[in-house]
Ligand binder design. Structure first.
Ligand code: ADP
Ligand code: ADP
Ligand code: ZN
Length: 214
């Protein structure tokens, strides 16, 4: 089963994708996480992406398309994958279609996580993750069970994203409305578009997802 998750920054795509990865045995492919790994490694791609990401703009389509195409070819994707943060533009959606056709694959579900813009600022401002295993947390909505200790790996180091500041978030929301939401009609025409209420509690959103995926 292959899915696409849509939603503005902070909607809960990563949170839900990580849960589906556990329950459905399909792998989360977050283009944001992949790009941050490139930035940390100091690769040429990372160097090109760093400044663009810090300002909340989108990195060029060709970079992303090549990155995701080779990722899908890896062994762990054979039982299915969840695209988190891709496609984000019409050219990316079209390239995804042609690359999947070439690989003999298909998209089974496209799910939009619907949320209010106002709520996003609070979600992003409180977001942090485990520096060791990447588990996601929130200062108010998803605290570690023991203060300062990761639920999953016991790690005690946490990180916050460089682009989770008010200025970059505003630019990212703008990019989502201008460049990403116009793609919905593309998937509506294919009869694939579904949605969940992302303003609900994290567990309730997961239940809605599971109901759609069966
Ligand atoms: P995205 O991947 O869409 O940018 P995340 O999954 O990283 O969003 O979630 C953003 C922040 O909001 C995280 O700190 C997460 O713990 C929290 N969060 C996710 N879903 C919900 C929810 N339904 N209600 C409240 N907080 C949430
Ligand atoms: P969020 O979880 O807040 O939605 P992401 O982690 O998906 O954000 O993306 C972080 C940044 O990485 C984006 O602001 C953008 O600069 C870059 N990025 C990620 N995915 C894409 C993509 N598909 N196309 C272009 N830029 C991307
Ligand atoms: Zn951890």
């Amino acid at each position: 089963m292959n899915l696409i998750l849509f939603g503005p920054p902070g909607a809960g795509k990563g949170t839900q994708a990580k849960r589906l990865q556990e329950t459905h045995g399909i792998v989360q492919l977050s283009t944001g996480d992949m790009l941050r790994a490139e930035v940390d490694s100091g690769s040429e791609l990372g160097l090109r992406a760093k400044e663009i990401m810090e300002t909340g703009q989108l990195v060029p389509d060709d970079m992303i398309i090549a990155m995701i195409s080779s990722r899908i070819d890896q062994e762990d994707c054979k039982d299915g994958f969840i695209l988190d943060g891709f496609p984000r533009t019409k050219p990316q959606a079209e390239s995804l279609d042609s690359m999947l056709t070439e690989k003999g694959l298909d998209i089974d579900h496209v799910i939009e996580i619907k949320v209010d813009d106002d709520a996003m600022i609070k979600r992003i401002a409180g977001r942090f993750s485990c520096a060791v295993c990447g588990a996601g947390y929130h200062d108010e909505f998803q605290k570690p069970e023991k203060d300062g200790i990761c639920n999953q790996c016991g790690g005690t180091e946490f990180t916050r994203r460089a682009d989770d500041n008010a200025e970059a978030v505003t630019a990212r929301l703008q990019a989502y409305h201008d460049q990403t939401s116009p793609i919905f009609s593309y998937y509506k025409e294919k009869g694939l578009m579904e949605k969940v209420d992302g303003m609900a509690k994290i567990d309730a959103v997961t239940e809605q997802m599971n109901a759609l995926l069966g």
